[in-house]
Unconditional design. Sequence first.
Length: 333
Amino acid sequence: MSTVPNVLTTAGLFSIGYFLFEVPSNMLMRKVGARRWIARILFSWGARVVAQFMVALPVATLIAGPLSGLILDHVHWFATPKPHCARPPTPTTTAPPRLPLPPTPPASRSRRTDVTLIQAPRPPQQVLTRLGELGAATVYEANGQTGALDSGLKPLDASRTLVGTAVTVDLAPADNWYIHVALLQAGPGDVLVVNAQGYTEAGPWGDVLTCAAQERGLAGLVIDGAVRDSRDIIETGFPVFARGLSIKGTSKAVPGQVNIPVTVGGVLIQPGDVILGDADGLVRIAADRTEHALSASEARAAKEADFRDRIRAGESTLDLLGLPHPGTTEASR
């Protein structure tokens, strides 16, 4: 055993022996009197010491030993160096995954790497207006039957016609931060063409963005995704084509890209291309073929007007189109 437990044990022997023997013996001596020889022997100093050890030893063994060990443990704990202000780690639950933080927007637009500034000249407004009057089906047919976006993109209001030059946006599903960015790159006569990855379980566009687009003079929206607030949008008269409707909102945290080539409705659309849409559907016209598309569409419209006049005069569509009649030799070939 170490020195500390020995000292504590010795002190415990005397202190416990004093209380267990000395106090009762003094009381007894006062009662029987110190003259009797039995009391003198019994309560002499030597006898009391022996008796104290006999009574206190088993008690001290049971109590002083564990007590000294406990005190020694505490002395050892206080003497052991410990890290300054150290605390046990607090258990925590697993945090849900967070969206990446958006980068800080640059001070100048010209320094952006995610927004391309297009310098292509816009077609004259009268050209766009005339294309809209001719209609998407006529322009599609006259322009070599190319550029038709898939029929899953529907107008919110079939009575509205959309025509303008494309400002393209590429988005992550269920995020609309870069639609807000793209609005600052668009102006009068532009159509936002948004690739939302065909995701229809959230609406990146609603009535507030519609108001912002109208204030900037935009000609409409085409989004390969969903929109919401459809009744409010229809009341504004703003042309919108979308793949679906969703009441769910989106985040505003994931970077996108503006004015890059995007594929919407199965068609590759370049920034500056002309987008035409009406109740029949949507068609894309390459920026460098706008004049050709207009002249070809005018010719087709004139041809169809002639067909209608000849039909009223009694000719059949088989004759107009040069198709054989059933039962003739040419039809049986």
